[in-house]
Write a protein that binds this ligand. Sequence first.
Ligand SMILES: [Zn+2]
Length: 604
Amino acid sequence: MRTIHCSVVCSVILSIIFFNCISLAADTKISYSAAMPFPSGHLFEITLTVENLDSAIDGFIDFSLPAWRSGRYNILDFSSGVQEFSAEDKNGNKLDWAKTDKDTWRVKADGSNNIIIKYKVFSNEFSLRTRGLNDECGFIDASAVFMFAEKYRFSPLTLKVYPYGSWHVTTGLDKLNGEENIFYAPDYDYLADCPILIGNQKDHEFFINDKKFVVSFPPDLNYDADKVINDIRIISIAVCDFWGEIPFEHFTYLLISGPFDYGATEHLNSTVFSVSSTTFTNKDRYNTFLSNCAHELFHTWNVKQLRPESMDPYDFTKENYSGELWIAEGITSYYEDIFMMKTGFRTPEKYLEILSGNIQNDLERPGNYIQSLSESGFDAWVKHSGNAQNKYISETDFYKKGSNVSTLLDLEIRYNSGNKYSLDDVMRKMYKDFPLGKGGYNNVDFIKICDEYNGKSLTEFFSGYLFGTDSLDWKKYLSYSGLELKINYDQEKPSLGISTRESGDRLYISGVVPGSPAYQSGLDINDEIVAMNGYRVRSSSLNSRISDMKEGDEIILTVIREDKLREFKAVLKNIKPVNYKIEKTEDPDKLQTEIFESRVGSSW
Ligand SMILES: [Zn+2]
């Protein structure tokens, strides 16, 4: 893709045109403001003014706060942070209000055609990338902070931000007529998909063609700006080139600093990352960050534009169930690895090593044989509580398995079309056929387009791998690109069948393998291990004690479970650890070589 620098003249012109549209076409005026006079108190002060209501209404108007935010498929009950709600007319007369459900405030209009509501939002959830405010910065995902009136949800609006002290605003929203802290959005859904960072962040820019990209770093982070910006630029070019057309005028990477690399969230023309002090100093973490950049930017097309039918438009009031989340998340995860390889940030060898790990995880994950991939995405909404290891046993991970099924699907289409077509073509056709705002797509639509490029029906493929729980035939599909799956067995060793985690000086069971000695004995996740055979143990000493024993030996594990001291007796069993490795075939044919090379972006 061609890379040039350009001025911001076009966006200013767009702002003027847009604002004129607001004044001329829309009688009802909706304006928000957000202030943060005392950041340490974690309270945003919000005002929402609705002027010139359709007609002077005697009845009421409902204001709601979403129950969730896009990109995180959990009910988050944002109304929990709302306090000091009040409503008045333009003359300052108080209006009566009452809550009608947990997320909705009903205001009696009393004949007024101008209503102003005010409230504060307690915001201390930076890690959820929803809302946060402290003495270092503020972050707003509008769906977690700004209420909307359903009747005016698709009306244009403005937002004025009052930054604290010398802070400034970085966001994907456009400025209204170039005003420093006043922004506009065509509707509430757009506002809800443009997160806002307020603080002393450092904003860097680069351009891809005439599109401006901004990368906003926390001020206290240690990083080599030139290198990081250039690396993000390389990744961004690869993703933009893939799709061929860019659905935004500018794009913003917002980075929020915290104790951990929590992950990232996609938005319409921006993305939010939780980064830590080691994100840019640790090579593996940095590569994960770059990989996430590819993932989140890819989402700008796949899930922000091209959406499952249950999410176009979003229903902010409740769960948006979708058996297509594997396309949104799994295919995006598949491509993040492909982009890392094609841009040279990872070698094809490293990719095959990662894929080997994915295969091991796929084959050994018990949940993959219990729950289908489609069902797993549908049930994303009920995964909020419980512990990960139990889910591992009973559920499929639609990110990982979605990525694995995408790998097979890409290879299948390449093989059957003589490498003329691939999953790339399917995704680009999907993007063209299902533009945002037209109601979205479903699995049947997706399968139909796959069939077209595959040249023959994929019914069996999808009924086994998407709607069923068939074991993925890795050997067959890898062979299409001249690769072989080698399975190596390590030496047998005694095993209890648990994984552990340390918290301070305490040791807990974090996982129990089904059918293992620990499972049979009744040991459970979150049991705090105190002693083994009468001796206090740490993680390393537990492992070394077990490795000194042999099959058939008895272990008595003393644990604390719900404040009670308990003992469990287990008999060790030998296991044969398995290693999966992908190797190149010695004598690949022409098609195998072509498929391999076009996927990895380098020669055999
Ligand atoms: Zn994602």
